[in-house]
Write a protein that binds this ligand. Structure first.
Ligand SMILES: [Zn+2]
Length: 135
């Protein structure tokens, strides 16, 4: 199988321009990934950096808590589109109530299409101490 995208199944580094947080995400499929995400800690821009160090790892097993790129789940296409519309509430671009359903459907059909990247966190906790006593 020849991957269609350069970043297919790659381990990729993202680094926050504001707080310096560095994370290694895994692209779990042969699909595109965003150039930027929002830093989960400070809200800053967190671009994909050191592209040359992307590592092709089709058999990779993620670590607990690690960020994983997947295809946007079908069940989240509508909520993602509705959230995009809602983001503009209170701004000059707020979508009037009468047009919201139409605009949301348009976003579902054009933007939140099958295959667009979606970030999840692998289940589990990374650091587990044997010394933790729940009592
Ligand atoms: Zn940050």
């Amino acid at each position: 199988m020849n991957p269609q995208h350069a970043e297919a199944f790659c381990l990729m580094q993202y680094e926050c321009l504001d707080c310096g947080r560095v994370e290694i995400f895994w692209n779990s499929r042969d699909g595109v990934t965003p150039f930027y995400i929002t830093c989960p800690v400070c809200g800053g821009d967190m671009p994909h950096t050191d592209w040359g160090d992307d590592t092709y790892a089709p058999d990779y097993v993620p670590e607990p808590g690690q960020g994983i790129w997947i295809d946007l789940p079908e069940s989240l296409r509508r909520p993602m589109a509705a959230a995009r519309v809602q983001d503009f509430d209170g701004s000059e671009f707020e979508v009037p109530e009468a047009q919201r359903a139409e605009v949301i459907q348009e976003l579902i059909d054009t933007e939140f299409v099958p295959g667009v990247p979606f970030l999840i966190r692998w289940p589990g906790r990374k650091e587990v101490s044997d010394e933790v006593d729940p009592d």
